[in-house]
Design a protein around this ligand. Structure first.
Ligand code: SAH
Length: 404
């Protein structure tokens, strides 16, 4: 998953229902190759919605939900306090609530949405990947990564992914369904609880960063993703009280949604999975490029930076002899600087995590260094992402929910 080392990475995903300009058809064939997977924008009709949960609702909606269950509305904010501020979801621990109300309140607001199946650790326990089972049996993963001074949760936004990127493990299984707002938030809460229980070496602490680089395409599940960011950033006890600047939304480049996000008024960091500076190669690596080209995707990223004044990240997995040539570094630098050099962008190079059976491997160190040198010569700030969690398949593109 993304967890990409720092910005996770992960898989593919689907595009939930793109309402803006996605056209009528829900699948399209990929001209790049007759054998490649289709792009899928809509979840299957049979997908079962998870039960409604406190984290799906605004404060006002929670009050109504409690009243509809025949309980006093003000109890909703008490439960919110337990959930978001105290990180408690066991009714037995809500001792300020009358004993006979605890169970009905929990039933109305706190159904169990995600069940841990497995947790794998690496890096001395400071990287933890958890496989979760959702109510309908769908499997997703999240990764907690502790760094000096911050804790990042890499979360999934869909079960599976419909974007069909051929180098990404998640993409190979197609899209099962969109995750609900609360299913996304619960992954962050699980990380926060794990820190509070002192399960992560380094002592206590809070989740400071969230990256949508686990399974799924967040912009294909736009409404739930945006609502989950609001829950993360709403002040406690209505939400987790995180800074929006600590949240990174990574996308294959669903251009209408990138434009919508720019106008949303939430200053999250946007990451664009570019992966190639030319349409010919990007059509193959990121099949959505057949719908929105390199220039359309980069223009939408630039627009995001212009509107929000937030620097965007260009994600670029380094794939040996595929996208790592010096001329592609030069072309990438030219494409990005053609939009100006006012610090609107930086490039994150990600050593490819080969997925099982893949014909591709990570670039050689010398090619990586040369790529960085050429981008920096054009004035484009460039970093090479670390490979945190690689041995537990916690890194980019490894979240397939099958191998944990
Ligand atoms: N669907 C979104 C978010 C999940 S993927 C997106 O594509 O941006 C997060 C990042 O991990 C993307 O940049 C993706 O390309 C990258 N990634 C996927 N598989 C990878 C792999 N095997 N090695 C390296 N990075 C990978």
């Amino acid at each position: 998953m993304g967890h990409l080392a720092e910005l996770g990475a992960a898989h593919v995903f689907v595009i939930g229902r793109l309402h803006v300009g996605m056209g009528e058809s829900s699948t399209m064939s990929d001209p790049a190759s007759a054998t490649s997977l289709p792009l899928v924008f809509d979840e299957p009709r049979k997908a079962k919605k998870p039960p409604r949960h406190l984290a799906d609702l605004t404060a006002a909606e929670r009050k109504h939900a409690v009243e509809r269950a025949g309980l006093p509305g003000f109890r909703a904010s008490q439960v919110s306090h337990h959930y978001f501020s105290r990180l408690v979801d066991d009714p037995a621990e809500m001792t300020d609530l009358p004993a006979d109300l605890r169970q009905p309140l929990a039933e109305a607001l706190l159904p169990e949405l995600i069940t841990p199946m497995h947790t794998l650790t690496a890096d001395g326990g400071t990287t933890r990947k958890t496989l979760w089972r959702l109510h309908d049996g769908a499997l997703v993963e999240s990764v907690l990564m502790r760094y000096p001074g911050r804790v990042t949760m890499c979360v999934s936004s869909q079960a599976g992914c419909g974007m069909a990127c051929p180098f990404c493990a998640t993409g190979q299984g197609g899209l099962q369904r969109n995750m609900s707002t609360a299913e996304i938030v619960e992954q962050v809460l699980a990380g926060a609880r794990s820190l509070a229980r002192d399960e992560v070496p380094g002592g206590g602490g809070r989740v400071s960063n969230v990256v949508f680089m686990g399974m799924g395409e967040p912009m294909a599940n736009y409404t739930a993703v945006i609502d989950s960011v609001r829950r993360m950033t709403d002040p406690t006890p209505d939400g987790l009280g995180m800074s929006a600047r600590g949240v990174t939304v990574s996308t294959v480049g669903l251009v209408p949604r990138m434009r919508q996000l720019a106008d949303e008024g939430i200053p999250v960091t946007l990451a664009l999975s570019l992966h190639a500076p030319d349409d010919e190669l990007r059509n193959e690596l990121v099949p959505i490029n057949t719908r929105w080209s390199v220039h359309e995707a980069v223009a939408a990223a630039w627009n995001y930076a212009r509107v929000t004044r937030r620097r965007v990240s260009i994600e670029y997995p380094m794939i040996k002899h595929i996208n790592d040539q010096g001329w592609r570094a030069d072309l990438l630098g030219e494409v990005l600087t053609s939009y100006g050099d006012w610090g609107w962008v930086h490039v994150n190079l990600i050593p490819l995590n080969p997925t099982p059976g893949s014909k591709w491997t990570a670039s050689r160190r010398e090619d990586e260094r040369e790529f960085v040198r050429r981008l920096e010569a054009k004035g484009v700030p460039t970093t090479v992402r670390d490979t945190r969690g690689r041995e537990i398949d916690g890194a980019c593109g490894q979240l397939s929910a099958t191998g944990a």
